[in-house]
Each structure stands twice: as C-alpha cells, then as structure tokens.
Design a protein around this ligand. Structure first.
Ligand code: GLV
Length: 438
C-alpha cells in the first residue's frame, strides 16, 4: 500500500514539476523497465545532449497566475467585452477544421450579415486586428499604379494612404482638419475628376470623433467605376450602417468596440463587385495570409471544400458568436438608440462641467467615440491619471494630430450604459476639481 502511495506521489510530482524533472523521471521509468527502442534511443540521446546549453537568463523566477487589473475601459477601445462572450471564450478549444468549428464560423457569418446589413456571402471574420483588416482591403483592391482617393481627417485616413503607397498605389488624399468631415460635393468632385479604383473613408474617425455622412457616396462610386471601401472599426453595431443599401464594396470593423467581443477577429465583407475586381487583378495579392480568395475558402465562400488556410483564434470565434447572439437579442435598432441615448447623457453631464465637444457640428459627432476639447489650464494627462487611479476608469487622450488636445470617451457595446456614463462624468468632475478648474 505504502509503495503504491509513493508511486502516485512520484507521478504527481513529475506531472507538476518542471519539464526537466518530468523528462528525467520518464527516462528513469524507461530505464527501469525494458530498454528504449533504437529510434527512441537516438532521440533520447539527442535531447540529452542539448540540455546543458539552455540559458536561464530570461527564465521567470517566480511564475504566478496572471492577475490583470480590473478597470472600466471607457476609452476608444478595447471596451470591456460582454461577460457572456468572455464565458464562451473560456470553453474548451476545438479543432479548427472540425465540422463543429465550421458550423460556428457559419453562425458568425450569419450574425455578421445581420450586423453589417448585407446579403453578401463574402462576409467573415479576419483572424487579425482592425488595422490588418485595413491592410487586407488595400492588399486585395490595389495593384501598383492603381489610384485611390482617400478621405484624410485623422490617423486612419493617413494610415490607409500610407498602406496604398507601400503597395505601389497612388494615394490622392482629400485632407480635412481634424474634427471635420467631407461634404458630398467634395467627394463627388474628387471621384469624378480622378475616377479612382477605390474611394476610402472611415465611417467613424476615432482619433477625432467624427462620423462621415455616406449618403449618395455608393451611387456616386458605382457611377464612376470606383469601389467604395469603408472603415467601421469604431461604429459597427453602435451607429446606423447599411452595407448593401449604401453600396459599400468593402467594409471592415473591429471586434473589441461596439460588438463587445475581445479583440482578435475583425468583421469584413466584400461585395460581389469587389470579389470580381480581385479576381481580375493582373498580379496576385502579395500577401497569402490576407488574400481574400485564399482566406475565403476556409470560410466556405468559394464552394463546399474548406481547405486549410490558417489556424484561427478558435476561442475568439466562440466569443464573437456569443457577442453576435447578444446583438441579435437586443436588435440593431435598440443598440443604435442605446448608443445615442448614452451619448446625449454624456454631453448633458459634461456641458454642466463646462466642457465642450471637439467636433463643432453636432451632425458630425460620433456617439461611440466622444471627443472633448481640453480646456486652457487643464493638464489632459493628469486628468487621465486621476480617472485611472481614483475611479479605476480608463479614458483616453487624442491620437496622432489630436494628441494632447482632446480626451476620448468610448461608449461602446457592453460598456455603453447610463451607469457607466455617470461614472465617467463623476471622474471628470473630481479630476477637474483636483486641478482647480471647477
Ligand atoms: C484605436 O482604435 C483608437 O482609436 O485609439
């Protein structure tokens, strides 16, 4: 009996010990029974010969389970995900090429078609960041020498232009001051003059808090042989958006904002016309990972065969499926209304504190990312630190051109609630008092 207990104890110690202990004990197990088969003996002596060369210079000395701080993320993203999405994410991982995983991907496609308001079968989740979805858009639509007209009113337009140039394309920028948007007439003049392959704009420019009006832009692009590409990273699910009705050819978003999922899977949709344009390229897409004609096969967009392309973040697929379920339960209309109501509540509270919106025209203001002009005499960074330290609440500063000039408050997805808005207003109130502004 004692011997059995000792063996069990040794086994448990081996399992819980370091890999070195485990390796050594396995060798002992083999050594004490029959000798190793010849091929295993070769591997065994190879591994043994390497053990002495390991450097412990970067080895964690006291490994511990991660304890991440618990903050309310009220910046421009990531926002706190829906708890149900986090629970789904912790389900046991499954094989990514199993029928079960394919059925989850199919459900995600359905959920995204609803959120994007599209019938396009070329709708899927890209295993990457929203920035990589932008890159995917450029990589698929642009070839060297192709022209793109790009709305540039902040960092995301600047990034799109940079990506186009790096692909050898011609970037024609329509530059606006931060906090402003393009008029339809400005877009029309540029598209008619240049007849570009692509017109790109953000729907929401998160670095300055503007929403671009897209009315009529799809028809304009179609009439000029131009594909319309739109970034909805900070708007999808929180602001009205209609892919098909507005004639959008490529749209992408992010998981971690109004959709309420952790980051890692970026919603994307291509129109039939955009796919035809990719198929008609003179040169192949220069990125295998981001080639829609390759990625799309694994999502079942080009027939029943679903060959291996890459291993997706399976647990993020689980979370996305759940977040999309929640969006379906709430309904898009209710979600848009909730975001708008919280935006109004926020501005009512901030105005009482004497704070002003950075975006002058009310009709250009995003409800999802709210930008506040930093008043004279107030240190933006000190207030951000105050909110973090005293209220366990993240608000963000500007980005790119707006750095130091504004604060950005995200009201997105799960975090977009009247109670959280109150917490933000309370953090501003005490932070401004601390600096003697109130
Ligand atoms: C990121 O999306 C940001 O706007 O900061």
């Amino acid at each position: 009996m004692q011997a059995v207990a000792k063996n069990v104890r040794q086994g448990v110690n081996a399992l819980h010990g370091s890999t070195a202990v485990l390796g050594a004990s396995l060798k002992k197990v083999f050594a004490s029974s029959a000798s190793l088969p010849a091929e295993a003996e070769i591997n065994e002596s190879y591994v043994q010969s390497q053990l002495g060369y390991v450097s412990d210079a970067h080895k964690v000395t006291a490994p511990s389970m991660l304890q991440a701080p618990d903050y309310l993320l009220m910046g421009p993203g990531p926002s706190n995900p829906y708890p149900r999405a986090e629970t789904a994410m912790s389900r046991k991982i499954i094989a990514h090429m199993s029928p079960y995983c394919y059925s989850i991907m199919d459900e995600i496609q359905e959920g995204l078609k609803y959120v994007l308001q599209t019938e396009s079968k070329y709708t899927f989740g890209l295993s990457a960041s929203g920035g990589a979805a932008m890159e995917t858009t450029v990589a698929n639509l642009m070839e060297p020498g192709d022209k793109a007209v790009i709305s540039v009113a902040g960092i995301w337009g600047e990034r799109f232009a940079e990506k186009v140039r790096r692909k050898g394309g011609i970037a024609i920028t329509l530059d606006k001051e931060s906090g402003e948007t393009l008029s339809f007439e400005e877009i029309k003049a540029a598209v008619e003059e240049h007849k570009p392959k692509v017109f790109f704009t953000t729907h929401g420019e998160s670095s300055s808090g503007t929403r671009q009006n897209l009315e009529g832009v799809g028809e304009l692009c179609a009439a000029n042989g131009t594909l319309l590409a739109v970034d909805t990273v900070c708007t999808l699910g929180g602001e009205p958006f209609f892919t098909d009705k507005w004639g959008v050819d490529v749209v992408y978003s992010g998981a971690q904002k109004c959709i309420g999922c952790p980051p890692g899977l970026s919603p994307m949709s291509f129109s039939e016309k955009a796919i035809e344009a990719v198929k008609a390229r003179k040169t192949p897409v220069d990125s295998f990972s981001f080639d829609i004609l390759e990625v799309g096969k694994q999502w079942g967009m080009f027939g029943d065969a679903r060959p291996y392309h890459h291993t997706p973040p399976v647990n993020i697929l689980f979370a996305m499926r759940e977040a999309l379920n929640i969006m379906a339960e709430e309904g898009l209309q209710a979600s848009w209304e909730r975001h708008n109501a919280c935006h109004n509540q926020l501005w009512a509270g901030l105005s009482e504190l004497g704070l002003k919106p950075f975006v002058e025209k009310a009709e250009d203001r995003l409800s999802t990312v709210n930008c506040i002009a930093v008043p004279e005499g107030v240190d933006a960074a000190v207030l951000i630190k105050h909110a973090f330290d005293k209220h366990k609440l993240e608000i963000s500063g500007g980005l790119g051109r707006t750095a130091g000039k504004i604060w950005r408050i995200g009201l997105m997805g799960y975090n977009c609630t009247p109670r959280n808005v109150d917490s933000v207003i309370a953090a501003f109130k005490s932070g401004l008092k601390e600096q003697g502004y109130l």
